[in-house]
Design a protein around this ligand. Sequence first.
Ligand SMILES: [Zn+2]
Length: 479
Amino acid sequence: MKKLSCLIAICLILPFILVGCGKAQENLTTYKIAGVYDENSHTLTCTQEVEYVNNSDNSLSCVKFFLYPNSFKEVAVSSAHLERAYPNGESFGNINFTSIMADGSECEYSVSDEGNILTVQIDEIFPEESVSIFLEYVVTLANINHRLGYGENTINFGNFYPIACVYENGFVENDFASNGDPFYSDIANYEVSLTFNEKYTLATSGEVTSEKLENGKKEVKIKGEKLRDFCFVLSDNFEMISNEINGVKVNYYYYDDDNATQNLETACLALSTFSDLFGEYPYKELNIVKTNFCFGGMEYPNLVYISDAVTDLETYEYVIVHEIAHQWWYSVVGNNEFSEAWLDESLTEYSTLLFYEKTGRGDYASMTSGALNSYRLFVEVYEGVRGDVDESMNRNLSSFSTEPEYVNCVYTKGVLLFDSLRAMLGDNKFFKCLENYFDDYAFKNSSSAKLIESFSKTARMDLEGYFNSWLNGTVKLSD
Ligand SMILES: [Zn+2]
């Protein structure tokens, strides 16, 4: 926010820079999506125009998209989560294309064997040039309590549309993963129109700009600027309460919750605490959404899922805080969540502890020593059972062999890494590192190397060896 208002001020004073500002906005890819949801067939029929901007240094003759809906062509969770994910038995979903065009002409396209990547062939575009890609498709939802799927109370539309893969030295093609979030995308602008039965209440990323009722259907138009992704949830059971904090409207969509007011207060407090610690939340709305979801929670820009399977209040509150921290680490500061999951998850989990410390709602020292104990227990058990344990943090989602290994190496050890770094740098330097890192990479993509460089610059100390010893598993935390 600070950065934006500063830019606007400069633009008003110097008209020629106004052109520059406009250009910066135009350089973002734009998604224009119109979707119609049919609750009988559980399908979302969409047209999607992507004004794709080539922000790479290379010319491109294709654009690749990640197709998350196809991860539901097979059972999408590990056996431990089967019952919670599929309470009515196995169910499947996918995405099917009916037409694809580039710059107004039919074009060649292909979907990878695994179903994760769509490749659209285009006439070559040079750096800073753009291409208009038109996609027409039907998403079929599985009956699953997951990011995308319909459950008893909510219909979840996380990652429902083809999203452009990030271009690094080529398009980054992530696999599906049942552990963790296999996502990586650039900041973009969104114009979305959704049509659905009027009985549903909508919770969405972005801001609703108009709503009309016709023949028992609601048509809602939404605008989202500078978002990393776009998500919405429908429910015919939602109640909603709101509050405003720091000029941000915080909405809590829920069902069956006697502690709704308290949960909304927690969300507001998390938003203000993280804004104070890292930098202002740069959007006008934040939606906390109770959902049918088989894990604890899930983060999207302006919108977080909190699972209705979390039944005790303390854990529910913890999940709210964790998912809101992701608005800083994942949503505004992006990273490849498949190849470097530790980057956003460790920071987010550590930020959650900072919330409890700064608000006095929890005891920081006992939370960090609890993390150390549970990490040691994990190492002891795995060494006992398997003979050795891979303690490295910086690896891709598919190389964690079990969920406890993923959770302990990424979340728990992540807390210990940042706690230890804070003790080494002192509070002043450490919190300045977080603030500067947020400022350096807001609306951009980070990486392990970029975080280390940013922290080293602020701390005026080469932290590469320090971070690497934690990330590659050299640091041992046993007694
Ligand atoms: Zn998380």
